[in-house]
Design a protein around this ligand. Structure first.
Ligand code: F0G
Length: 481
C-alpha cells in the first residue's frame, strides 16, 4: 500500500500496527571488524548480537500476525491425525485449490522429494531460473538444470516488468533437443530469487502450460514467493489490474499440476508444503514422507507452525499483506538509484539488490565481488546482507570456480519488520561505501565445503582491506558509528 502525500510523492505505508518489538543495537565499527574476521568474511557466520539490521534473508524472519500467533495457541500436537493439519489442508483447498496437502519441514525438503520421484539421470529440468538448493537437489538426482530465461533477464538495470518469464522458443527447442521423455517437468519459480526476485507474467505462465500440457510435461511451481509474484501481476500486467490477489493466485494455481513452497516467505512461518490434485503424485509422495519428514499430518513441522501456515495462506491473499514488503523494497530501490547506486531494476519481490560488478568495478569475479560487497556493507553499517554471486555457485568437476551470471549483494526485506528510516540509513551508508569503493578488496577461500559453500565457507580479505575500510569509516563518522 502506498499513499500520496500533499507534495505529490508516494510513500509506502504500513497497513498494520506494531504491537511487539525486538530491541536492536548498533555495534560500533571496531566490534564489527572483529565479528566479520571471526566469521571468515562470510555474513552467514555472523551472530545476531553483532548486527544492527538483519537483511540476510526474508526466510523465517517475517513478523507474524496476531491471528497467526493466536492460532499457534490452539495447536494440536497429536502425532497422527492432528486438527492442525486439517486446518492447513482446508486453507490449501480454499485458497490454492489443491485437494492434497503434504507438509514438509521446509522448502528444500520438498525439492528433495520431488527430485526423488521425478528426476532420473539423463533428465533435463526446465526452469525460468535456478535456486541454490533446487539446483543441488536436482543435480544430485542426476538431472541437468536448464535455465530458459528470456533476453534481458540478467540485465540488472532494466525496465522489463517480467524478467522471470520463461522463454517459449528456448522451451520448444529444449523439448526438441532432449525429447519429452527426458523432461520430467517444467518448474516456474514465482519471483525468481537469484536474479533479483523478478516475477513472471500470468500470460507467460499460460503459454508455458499451453506448450507443456499437450505433451504431458507437468507444470510445477515454486510458490515460496507467490504473493509477491501475484502482486506484481496485478501492478504490471494490464489484463489483471482489477483482479484480487486471491483471484490471481487461483488462476496461477490452475496452470499447475503440482506446487511446493518454502512457507518461510510469503506465508510468514517456518515450514514447507507440496500440494497437488493428482492422486498419483500424492500416493507416490506420501510413501516417502514418513521416512524423510514425518507422519503425513505433520511432515516434520511443529503443529504450531502448521496452524500459523494455515492462517498465513489465508492472509497472503490480502493485498495489504501481499504488498507489505514489495512496496518498501520499491521505496528502497528508488532511494538507492537516486543516489547513483546500481540497484537491480525493476524492484523485485524479496529484497533490494545491488549489482556488485558495477558497484565494485575494480574487482574481477575471481575474487568474489558480491561477497566483498556483503562484508564491506556490514563493516560500514552493521547491516547483514547476503552474497548472491559466484560464492553461491559450487565449483565444477575440475575444481574451477563457476562464475555466476550476475554478482548481486542482496538486501532482504523481511515482511513488516523494517521501516522507511531503516531503508534511508542503508541507502546512505551505501552511498558512503560507493564513494570509498577503492578501499574494498578481494576475498579468497581458506575453508571451503564442496556443496553449498556459501553457507559455511570462510575467506580472507586480500591485503587485509577490512581493517583499512573500518579505519576510514571511523575517521569520518567517529568510533561509535
Ligand atoms: N525456493 C526458493 C525460491 C527459495 O527462495 C528458497 C529459500 C527455497 C526454495 C528453499 O526453501 O529455505 O525453506 O528450504 N530461500 C531462502 C533465501 C533460503 O534466503 O532466499 P527453504
Amino acid at each position: 500500500m502506498t499513499v500520496r502525500l500533499s507534495n505529490g510523492t508516494y510513500i509506502p505505508i504500513e497497513m498494520h500496527k506494531v504491537r511487539i518489538v525486538q530491541k536492536t543495537t548498533l555495534p560500533p565499527a571496531a566490534q564489527r571488524l572483529a565479528a566479520i574476521e571471526e566469521a571468515g568474511y562470510n555474513t552467514f557466520l555472523l551472530k545476531s548480537r553483532d548486527l544492527f539490521l538483519d537483511m540476510l534473508t526474508d526466510s523465517g524472519t517475517n513478523a507474524m500476525s496476531d491471528n497467526q500467533l493466536a492460532a499457534m495457541m490452539v495447536a494440536d500436537d497429536a502425532y497422527a491425525g492432528g486438527e492442525s493439519f486439517y486446518r492447513l489442508q482446508s486453507a490449501t483447498q480454499d485458497i490454492l485449490g489443491f485437494k492434497h496437502c503434504i507438509p514438509v519441514h521446509q522448502g528444500r525438503a520438498a525439492e528433495h522429494l520431488l527430485a526423488k520421484i521425478f528426476i532420473k539421470p539423463g533428465d533435463a529440468v526446465v526452469m525460468n531460473y535456478h535456486f541454490t538448493t533446487t539446483k543441488a537437489h536436482f543435480e544430485i538426482a542426476g538431472g541437468k538444470v536448464l535455465e530458459l530465461y528470456g533476453p534481458g533477464a540478467l540485465d540488472t538495470e532494466s525496465t522489463n516488468p517480467f524478467k522471470g518469464n520463461l522463454d517459449l522458443d528456448r522451451f520448444r527447442a529444449a523439448i526438441d533437443e532432449w525429447g519429452v521423455e527426458h523432461i520430467p517437468f517444467v518448474r516456474m519459480e514465482a519471483t525468481t530469487n537469484l536474479i533479483g526476485g523478478q516475477p513472471f507474467s500470468l500470460g507467460n505462465l499460460k503459454d508455458v502450460r499451453a506448450i507443456a500440457a499437450p505433451l504431458g510435461i507437468p507444470v510445477i511451481m515454486d510458490c515460496s514467493l507467490i504473493t509477491e509474484n501475484a502482486y506484481f501481476i496485478k501492478r504490471r500486467e494490464a489484463e489483471y489490474k482489477d483482479w484480487t490477489i486471491g483471484q490471481i493466485i487461483s488462476e496461477m494455481m490452475a496452470q499447475c499440476d503440482l506446487i511446493y513452497l518454502s512457507g518461510r516467505k510469503s506465508t510468514c512461518v517456518r515450514g514447507g508444503m507440496i500440494a497437488t490434485n493428482s492422486d498419483d503424485y500424492y500416493t507416490t509422495l506420501k510413501g516417502w514422507l514418513p521416512l524423510y519428514e514425518g507422519f503425513l499430518t505433520y511432515g516434520g513441522m511443529s503443529s504450531k507452525e502448521l496452524e500459523a501456515m494455515a492462517v498465513g495462506i489465508r492472509e497472503m491473499v490480502d493485498i495489504d499483506v501481499a504488498s507489505s514488503s514489495a512496496d518498501l523494497i520499491e521505496y528502497f530501490v528508488n532511494e538507492m538509484t537516486s543516489r547513483g547506486i546500481p540497484a537491480v531494476t525493476p524492484p523485485g519481490g524479496l529484497a533490494g539488490h545491488v549489482d556488485a560488478m558495477k558497484f565494485l568495478p575494480h574487482l574481477p569475479q575471481s575474487v568474489y565481488p558480491a561477497g566483498c560487497m556483503a562484508a564491506a556493507v556490514y563493516l560500514v553499517s552493521g547491516v547483514r546482507t547476503m552474497e548472491r554471486g559466484t560464492i553461491s555457485m559450487d565449483r565444477d568437476e575440475q575444481g574451477n570456480d563457476v562464475f555466476a551470471d550476475i554478482e548481486l549483494c542482496r538486501f532482504a526485506v523481511p515482511r513488516r519488520v523494517y521501516s522507511m528510516a531503516h531503508m534511508q540509513y542503508v541507502a546512505d551508508r551505501l552511498s558512503w561505501l560507493m564513494a570509498n569503493k577503492e578501499l574494498v578488496g578481494g576475498l579468497e577461500f581458506y575453508e571451503e565445503p564442496p556443496v553449498l559453500r556459501f553457507f559455511t565457507g570462510r575467506l580472507n580479505p586480500i591485503n587485509n582491506w577490512g581493517a583499512k575500510l573500518v579505519e576510514a569509516f571511523a575517521a569520518e563518522f567517529g568510533p561509535d558509528a
